[in-house]
Design a protein around this ligand. Structure first.
Ligand code: HGY
Ligand code: MN
Ligand code: MN
Ligand code: MN
Length: 411
């Protein structure tokens, strides 16, 4: 399966160039979906696609496609590669960008090799994979896969009060193609692992066959503002205390379970947020994940039961808004086997694994055979400026993607 290799200097150079776009005054990387900094990242990516001689297409939710459709094509359903280029706040330079830029690199290498693929090969940068500004996450690929109506998605109001559709118009990425264009024959996403498994086991590659379920909820607890000094504990309706009980309950429950369940309260805001006033309102998010759908439902039910109890015990009001809910996904075993075969042929240790993070592949798997390739994250760190993967692992992963695509493109 192996042939030439990718142009390592070109790929690594682009990852670093894109990684510098969107740094704020403190040097933090922030390219939130449809923001001005993300526009700069999008423009850069489109310039590289055009420079590679590919056709550029943008759909109504702002997904960007670089399309290689040579005359040799006999079947219009493309092989699709890709990921995302939006980031969290204080991001690393590899999450999403590595897979997107490697997809472009693979197409450029195969064109230079003179490959005559039987189908088009497309690289995609999906809109709003991170879901930080607009929920749910993986939004662009979810719309593309038909899991969310495009007009509903475009009407989404962000954490900053903006409307996604307006922002895509404003940055010039409200495309004209209906979502689902072009529908893929297969999808492969190369990504950093963002976790500790590969590094801990000293294994170079992950053939990802499974991706865990995700449940995102926003909870608002309402109590009474009151004087911090004069109000006896027994008379308090303390939204802050009730919220804190949720945080420790979720953590203790996940810690005590000998399952892969994880629970995170990533956002928390008190009002009036004043040192000597008992919080009248606590707004926070809950991110629950589990590879097993039944257990994930049990976690959600346990949270709902706790919130009912808190409402009675703390005399507070509780409201819950669902922000995202994705069931666990199994990826395509044939593609997983091709990834393992390509690794063997290049003499690289590879293991099958489950993804802890959500990815666009989770959405595309709804409409096409999909799988992922992971490379190690140093220290398992991600969603953090310290996110790092060795260059040789980045190049090795891109070469495996190249070999698998070459095989699938000539079937
Ligand atoms: O939340 C996730 O796992 C993804 O990075 N959006
Ligand atoms: Mn990602
Ligand atoms: Mn991410
Ligand atoms: Mn992700």
């Amino acid at each position: 399966m192996t042939g030439q290799s990718i142009d390592a200097a070109r790929l690594l150079g682009r990852i670093r160039t894109l990684g510098e776009i969107g740094q704020d005054a403190d040097g933090r990387l922030i390219r939130l979906a449809a923001s001005d900094t993300e526009k700069l990242g999008r423009d850069r990516f489109v310039a590289w696609i055009e420079g590679a001689g590919l056709q550029v297409a943008v759909d109504r939710i702002g997904n960007i496609f670089g399309i290689w459709k040579p005359d040799s094509v006999t079947d219009n359903a493309p092989l699709m590669l890709g990921s995302h280029i939006d980031t969290v706040i204080g991001a690393g330079i590899y999450d999403g960008c590595y897979g997107t830029l490697s997809g472009l690199e693979v197409i450029e290498t195969l064109r230079a090799e003179g490959l005559t693929p039987s189908r088009p090969i497309v690289v995609a940068a999906f809109t709003n994979e991170e879901g930080v500004r607009y929920a749910p996450d993986m939004m662009g690929s979810l719309v593309y896969a038909g899991g969310l109506d495009v007009d509903t998605a475009l009407a989404t109001i962000g954490t900053d009060g903006t409307i996604l559709g307006d922002e895509l118009e404003r940055i010039g990425y409200a495309g004209e193609h209906q979502p689902g264009f072009p529908r893929p024959h297969a999808y492969i996403e190369l990504h950093i692992e963002q976790g500790p498994v590969l590094e801990r086991e000293g294994i170079r590659l992950g053939a990802v066959e499974h991706l865990q379920g995700i449940s995102w909820q926003k909870v608002v607890i309402t109590g009474d503002a009151n004087h911090a000094g004069t109000t006896p504990i027994s008379m308090r309706r303390d939204a802050g205390h009730a919220a804190a009980r949720v945080v420790t309950f979720l953590r203790d429950r996940a810690q005590a379970s000998n399952t892969p369940t994880v629970a995170t309260v990533g956002c928390m805001r008190f009002e009036p947020d004043v040192i000597n006033v008992i919080p009248s309102r606590a707004t926070f998010t809950v991110d629950l994940r589990d590879p097993d759908e039944e257990r994930l439902r049990e976690e959600e039910a346990a949270l709902a039961t706790l919130l009912d109890r808190l409402s009675a015990e703390e005399q507070v009001g509780v409201s819950v808004e669902r922000l995202a809910r994705f069931e666990p996904v199994k990826f395509d075993q044939n593609i997983v086997r091709l990834i393992e075969e390509a690794a063997r042929e290049r003499g690289l240790a590879c293991r099958r694994m489950t993804s802890g993070a959500g990815h666009d592949a989770q959405m595309i798997a709804r409409i096409a055979p999909s799988a992922m390739i992971f490379v190690p994250s140093i220290g398992g760190i991600s969603h953090n400026p310290k996110e790092y993967t060795d260059d040789e692992d980045l190049v090795a992963g891109a070469n495996i993607l190249l070999d698998v695509v070459r095989r699938l493109a000539t079937e």
